[in-house]
Ligand binder design. Sequence first.
Ligand SMILES: [Zn+2]
Length: 491
Amino acid sequence: MEEISLYRKYRPHNFDNLVGQDHIKTTLINALRNRNVSHAYLFTGPRGTGKTSTARLIAKGLNCTELHDDHEPCNKCEFCTDINDGRLIDLIEIDAASNRGIDEVRDLKEKINFAPSRSKYKVYIIDEAHMMTKEAFNALLKTLEEPPSHAYFVLATTEIHKIPETIISRCQRFDFKRIGIKTLMTRLSYICQKENIQAADTALEVISKYVDGGLRDAIGLVEQLTTDHTLSLEHVQEILGVSDHSLLTALFNSLVNNDTKDALGIIHDLHGQGSDLKQFVHEFIEMLRQNLLDTIANDQPKTTSQLIRMISLFQDAQQKLESTIPQLALEIAVIQITGAFEEYEPEIVADKPEQDKADSESEPKKKPDNPSVNEVLEVTLNSIRDHWPRIMERIKTPSLKISLRNAIPQKVKDHDLTLTFNTNFHRDKVVEHDHRVELEEVIKTFFNTPVKIVTEVKALEIKPIIEEKVVHETAGNLDDMAELFGGEIVD
Ligand SMILES: [Zn+2]
């Protein structure tokens, strides 16, 4: 393999090669064609999705002397080649996370007014922009208010919530998406062909799934895992510690068939092989999620309900993997799903009716026709947790819904349901008279018996993370909660 890293070699040198960000591409191409490029862009999105590369495309688009089709850089003129080689003095790339970056932003205010030395326009790319200090943001803000006509800015960040509103409002914002698995595979396959690497499609698929939408990481892995111009599935699986897909399918099948022994056998084998159980559970939940989306697309409410339950139980297990017997959490999940506990755990007999219920889910009004179903459904912590996503769905008042997403059903005793909150704010919302009545009513429709809501505020494990974050980031925190219950936030 050549000395230059594969990523540098294959980073998009023109808009045509920019993959997975079509919405951004179209807007920028139009801006270049109409000579209407904004003086300040803010690029946000996960790492390795093309933010800096796109910023350089803007710099080339502005300065190239031989633009093709009014937007595509030629990659041949002095400005294009200098930008590609990273030595155009008028393209100033600042890493805001570094010490030097802090100085550079400080200097920016004075230097910005100097005309570009060689090219037509100066382009500033500020990477990791969220790392700028308050002083740096203030300095930048002044510049963004009245940028000289020869200066353009691109701010790139993975953490948009750390960028002050005043800065955001002065930029044109683009949200870079995670790149889809198929798009990643196509690009990797192209690179392997060009580089004469014999790559198994399955190996490229595993890499594409592993990187969570980042092309840079994907190309890096191809480079790292290729030996003797070969990229094999076995090697990729071994190094990444990802699971054999057949085991995922086998576990799924045994759960669907309620084959407890078989499912436990698979967990046993995984542990015996020294597999990374965390990674396995992660992939298994991802597989369940895909199946779930499929069943929703195909309108199969019964299967959907089964899958939601599986996801919920495996997410519980995921939280408990750190215990001294890591496979135990998985074993319990498997036993709960296959129903092998029913003989000695009468409390959760309610599971069967739940499936019947799910059938009528699309027509909830029909349910009272079948009161016997509701009668069997006991109010237990498990049944409340199992039904939590559906309970949430039926809450009508938006503010109550939001606050409930911050609640964890903690205990059920004598028809008192204790909800734990991590802040007084959300607890107070839920205990407001009308809200409490609404929630109790909804729960009653599921269990056919009155339930009283009791609340408590307690420091949850995730609290430290939440406390550090700013207020408008609560959305992420909701996701955490929803994830904890295998639910999805339904807006
Ligand atoms: Zn050019």
